[in-house]
Design a protein around this ligand. Sequence first.
Ligand code: PLP
Length: 371
Amino acid sequence: MGPHEPLSRRAFARAAALAGALPVPVLTERALAQMSHAGETPPDAVMLNANENPLGPCAEALEAMSRALRAGGRYQFGETLRLAQTAARLGDVPASHVQSFAGSSDPLHRVVLAFCGPGRAFVTADPGYEAGERAAAFVQAPVHRIPLTQEYAHDAEAMLRAAGREAGVFYICNPNNPTGTLTPREAIEHLVRSKPAGSVVLIDEAYIHFCEAPTCMDMVRDGRDVFVLRTFSKIYGMAGLRAGLAFARPDLLDRIRPYGTGFLPVTGMAGAIASLEAKGVVAERRGYVRRIREDLMAWLRQKRIGFVPSVSNKIMIQTARPGREITAAMRERKVIIGRSWPSWPNHVRVTIGTPEEMEKFKAAFLDVISS
Ligand code: PLP
């Protein structure tokens, strides 16, 4: 392989992706959840596999979206700006530091395409959310998967060591998907302070609203080399409606702009603005999910089933046989649970559903593990 070959292949992959010739494999939780099982899903199945919110959009968002539908013959460019301005005001950052997207998978992929490549590694946790590393593989970037610490946090020191000077993106999902566990603020600060020049820390706060952990938005405000991602798919229950946000310094946002149009549907924009402005929705939903999660964790303890204590809307539950067998058996009982990770083959990820859904889960799970 000649010295210039990796670079030209990377340039080709990027140019092709930009020209639409070779689509970047954009993987979302929906796609990853779907890929992990085969066959039709019965319409009355309990869906606990994609970390969705069974409550759906809040009343304010529903109202705003039904108004937006009627005006849907217009592009409504002004709404894109209004979403960014609303998010900036509430996140206490300048409007120039926010860009809206149709979900946060889009900016997640863009950051990887812009900052990774041969010799510019993607560094992530194991187990961690897989979408970024798939995009990194597409641009032939080295991928370093670093096991979580004993407390299930990202191991900042090991992540820095693994990449050396060759880092492109350090991906921190806080709380983590799939474990629902937190990385202490000091570890993230250490990473941001110590990472090599030219690399960025991608802080994915898709699940931050489910817990009381501090956001890293202040790092954006302070001009650090970070992107913070938020999605409306989780606490706000708008996964199918599509809205998300990237927060970063304007020069960093400029780097990810060329990778697509980034248009949002007007329903997504209207619902996102109304969700951000709605009073009490986050606290109410956080409490709702916490109560159901705590009930599930108490039940697991009582049944002596191992699990990783979670602060999020999903739990990793230990299985005595390969998780994929449990997932298949649960499917036969019309309860669709999440996947296992190659490094944790004896765990399955289970999303928190409604109390009724979790009762169905418990009955089916007991049946499966005792058969
Ligand atoms: N980041 C993480 C960690 C996720 O789990 C998800 C979805 O499940 C996303 C980002 C992106 O979600 P969306 O594209 O629906 O906003």
